[in-house]
Design a protein around this ligand. Structure first.
Ligand SMILES: [Zn+2]
Length: 330
């Protein structure tokens, strides 16, 4: 896990991506005995630059250092015109690199985001040394961070960095089961046919990130046919979600990857402040059982999920299902 996650704390009211999410998940999963903690290694910046443009990495690094302690800089002007000329002032330039107005730059965002990537890479390495499952319990999350842009509480694409690393050893499928579209890894791997990206999410007509996640986005060039977006309406029942998952898993089986990266969001859960779906612990358990039954070396990377009251129970249900254990713990 990212031990330094709590240096990144945006205190503005309503900022749901809060440090309390991590202890809530830990409280749910630690009693299972399924986990032992591995200290995250420190990786060179190259692992981030393998999936993000230098300009974005340099910007986040410098801008985060310039923001005074305890302050946040919010992107607020966006270059619909003249995207070739970023302004010099780094506060104005935030909108050049960000996709929305609610993901701030602050003193520690860069450092915390780098450590989240370190965690995802450490988990990926665990698979390479023979582990069947590894979990990167991180914040900030990553699946909305594209090659050239941050946003959606995300700065660097943690799962993308893990997938890039694993792809040097075999084909990789990324399955995104957060409520929101995984635009980050979709954009990063769009031209590639050796990394399959699949995302099940709320239709962009009502769900963030609104401008991506449509079903006709299938990848580009050699990567055409290697991105699958499965969109669902605002109101669904658990059975409809399970059917969507079946379609996603069939595509992954057909791709025959050597590794699976799961972008795990609990914002599909009942009562999540950013979602509208009704999934309960028993649903997380059943869905995770099907993912585990693929039999693939699997790294799970934490993305969203903001209802701290149920994060623990949902996480416990998910991971016991993933490893094929029963739902009721003794
Ligand atoms: Zn989400």
């Amino acid at each position: 896990m990212n031990e330094e996650h709590d240096i990144h704390h945006v205190r503005e009211r309503g900022y749901v991506e809060a440090p309390a999410r991590i202890p809530a998940i830990l409280k749910g999963i630690e009693p299972t005995g399924l986990f032992y903690r591995v200290p995250p290694r420190r990786y060179p910046e190259g692992v981030i630059r393998a999936v993000h443009d230098d300009a974005l990495v340099d910007y986040l690094k410098r801008a985060s250092m310039e923001v005074p302690e305890g302050r946040s800089v919010y992107p607020y002007v966006f270059p619909i015109r003249n995207q070739t000329r970023p302004p010099k002032d780094r506060a104005y330039a935030a909108g050049y690199f960000c996709i929305d107005t609610f993901t701030p730059m602050n003193r520690n965002a860069y450092r915390a985001a780098v450590r989240a990537v370190d965690c995802a890479l450490t988990a990926a390495e665990a698979l390479l040394s023979g582990q069947r499952f590894a979990y990167a319990l991180v914040r900030p999350p990553g699946h909305h961070a594209e090659r050239r842009a941050f946003g959606g509480f995300c700065y660097f694409c943690n799962a993308g960095a893990a997938a890039e690393h694993l792809s040097r050893h075999g084909r990789v499928a990324i399955l995104d089961i957060d409520y929101h579209h995984g635009n980050g890894q979709q954009e990063i791997f769009a031209p590639r046919d050796d990394v399959l990206t699949v995302s099940i999410h709320g239709h962009p007509s009502f769900a963030y990130p609104f401008f991506t996640g449509f079903e006709e986005e299938e990848g580009e060039g050699d990567g055409r046919g290697f991105n699958l977006n499965i969109t669902l309406p605002e109101r669904i029942d658990a059975a409809k979600y399970t059917r969507a998952l079946g379609i996603a898993l069939d595509r992954i089986v057909a791709f025959a990857p050597a590794f699976l990266v799961v972008c795990l969001g609990f914002d599909t859960g009942k009562g999540d402040p950013t979602g509208t779906w009704p999934l309960r612990p028993e649903d997380f358990h059943a869905n995770a059982s099907r993912i585990g039954a693929l039999g693939l070396p699997t790294v799970v990377v934490q993305e969203g999920g903001y209802r701290t009251a149920t994060l623990g129970a949902n996480a416990r249900a998910f991971f016991t299902g993933l490893v094929g254990r029963g739902f009721h713990l003794s």
